[in-house]
Design a protein around this ligand. Structure first.
Ligand code: F6R
Length: 326
C-alpha cells in the first residue's frame, strides 16, 4: 500500500494530461459511486463551480431527472459495484446522459457498448489507492462538462509529492507519524467543515480500511448544534479511547473558523485533542489533496503499529461475495 500511495502525484499528473473531448456540456452533474470510488464525487463537488451532487446508494434520487441539464457520472474502480451499476441502470431508464470512470468490469463494458464517455483508469490497485486517478478523472469530466472552477491537478501532484518525499520520508510522513503516535489505540474523530469535511471523510475511510480501526467524522458547524452535548458528561472516561484531529483550511469562512477552538474545548472534556492539520496550496483540489495524503500516511502508520495488513479488505470482499458481487 505504501508503494501505491507513493504513486499519487503520478496519478494526479496522469489525470491532468488526459484528453477529455467527448463530454456533453451539462448544467449539473450527479456522481454515483461507493467507497474509494465514491469519494471522487465528493472531491469533484468540492472543486465545482456549478451544481455537482453525490449519490452513494442504489438507483437514483427521485429528483435526479429534474436537475438542470444533468449528466450522471458513474465511478467504480472495479466496474462491478452493485449500487453503482444500479444507479447507471436507473439513469439509463430515465434517459439521462451518462459518463463513466472505471478500470474495467461491467461498467466499462456498458460504457463501451453504449458509447458513453469513459475514462479507463489503470487497473491493478485497490480502489482507495487509486484516489488520484479516480478523483482526477471525475474532476476532468466535470471540467469538460463546464462545471469546474479549475482542476488544480498539477498543483495537487506537486504538493502531494513534496509531502510524501522520496521513499515516503517527506514532511507529511513526519507529521503523520506524530499524529499516529497519539492516535494509536484510540478511536479517531476527524473534525472538518466544508471542503475539509471531505478530507476528514477520506481520513476516516483510510483509517477504517488500512488500519482496520473505527473512526468517525464530525462536521462543523452542524456538530455545534448536537454533538457537543454528547461530549460534556463523559469526564475523562473516554480521553484514553478517543482522539480528535481537526482538519483546517485558512480559507474557512471566519464564522466557521471561530468555532473550532471553542468546540475543541468542549470535546477536550471527554476526548484527547491530538492536533490540527492545515491545508496547503492554492487551488481547491490541491488543498484537499494536501490534507488527504497526510491521512493516508497516518492510516499506514497506524496499520504498521497495529501489525495489520493495510492492503487486505477481507470484510469488504466477504460481504461482496455474500451479496453475489464479483
Ligand atoms: C477498496 C475500497 C472500497 C471500494 C468499494 C467500491 O479498496 O476502497 O471502498 O472502493 O467497495 O468498489 P469500487 O471502487 O470497485 O466501485
Amino acid at each position: 500500500m505504501e508503494s501505491m500511495i507513493q504513486t499519487l502525484p503520478t496519478q494526479y499528473r496522469w489525470a491532468a494530461e488526459l484528453e477529455v473531448t467527448e463530454m456533453p456540456p451539462a448544467g449539473s452533474a450527479l456522481v454515483c459511486g461507493m467507497g474509494g470510488s465514491g469519494i471522487s464525487g465528493d472531491v469533484a463537488a468540492a472543486a465545482a463551480k456549478g451544481p455537482v451532487f453525490v449519490h452513494k446508494d442504489f438507483g437514483l434520487p427521485a429528483w435526479a431527472p429534474s436537475l438542470p441539464t444533468p449528466i450522471v457520472i458513474a465511478a467504480s474502480y472495479s466496474g462491478n459495484t452493485e449500487e453503482t451499476l444500479s444507479a447507471v441502470e436507473a439513469a439509463r431508464s430515465a434517459g439521462l446522459p451518462i459518463a463513466a470512470v472505471s478500470s474495467g468490469g461491467r461498467l466499462s463494458e456498458l460504457a463501451t457498448d453504449e458509447g458513453w464517455p469513459l475514462i479507463s483508469v489503470p487497473g491493478g490497485l485497490q480502489p482507495r489507492a487509486a484516489f488520484g486517478y479516480l478523483a482526477g478523472s471525475v474532476v476532468r469530466l466535470i471540467e469538460a462538462a463546464g462545471l469546474a472552477y479549475e482542476t488544480g491537478l498539477d498543483e495537487a501532484a506537486s504538493i502531494t509529492a513534496t509531502l510524501l518525499g522520496e521513499g515516503l520520508q517527506g514532511p507529511g510522513r513526519r507529521l503523520a507519524d506524530d499524529l499516529a503516535e497519539e492516535l494509536a489505540g484510540r478511536i479517531a474523530v476527524l473534525m472538518g467543515s466544508g471542503r475539509t469535511a471531505v478530507a476528514a471523510y477520506r481520513w476516516k475511510t483510510q483509517i477504517n480500511e488500512n488500519a482496520k480501526s473505527p473512526a468517525f467524522v464530525s462536521v462543523l458547524p452542524e456538530a455545534d448544534h448536537n454533538e457537543v452535548e454528547g461530549w460534556t458528561t463523559l469526564g475523562t472516561a473516554l480521553r484514553r479511547t478517543v482522539g480528535v484531529v481537526m482538519l483546517r483550511d485558512d480559507s474557512e469562512p471566519p464564522r466557521v473558523a471561530a468555532r473550532f477552538q471553542p468546540t475543541s474545548l468542549l470535546l477536550g472534556g471527554g476526548a484527547t485533542i491530538v492536533g490540527e492539520v492545515w491545508a496547503q496550496g492554492t487551488s481547491r483540489l490541491a488543498r484537499l489533496a494536501s490534507l488527504a495524503v497526510v491521512g493516508d500516511l497516518v492510516s499506514l502508520r497506524l496499520a504498521r503499529m497495529a501489525g495489520v495488513d493495510p492492503v487486505a479488505v477481507d470484510a469488504i470482499q466477504q460481504l461482496k461475495q455474500t451479496l453475489g458481487e464479483s
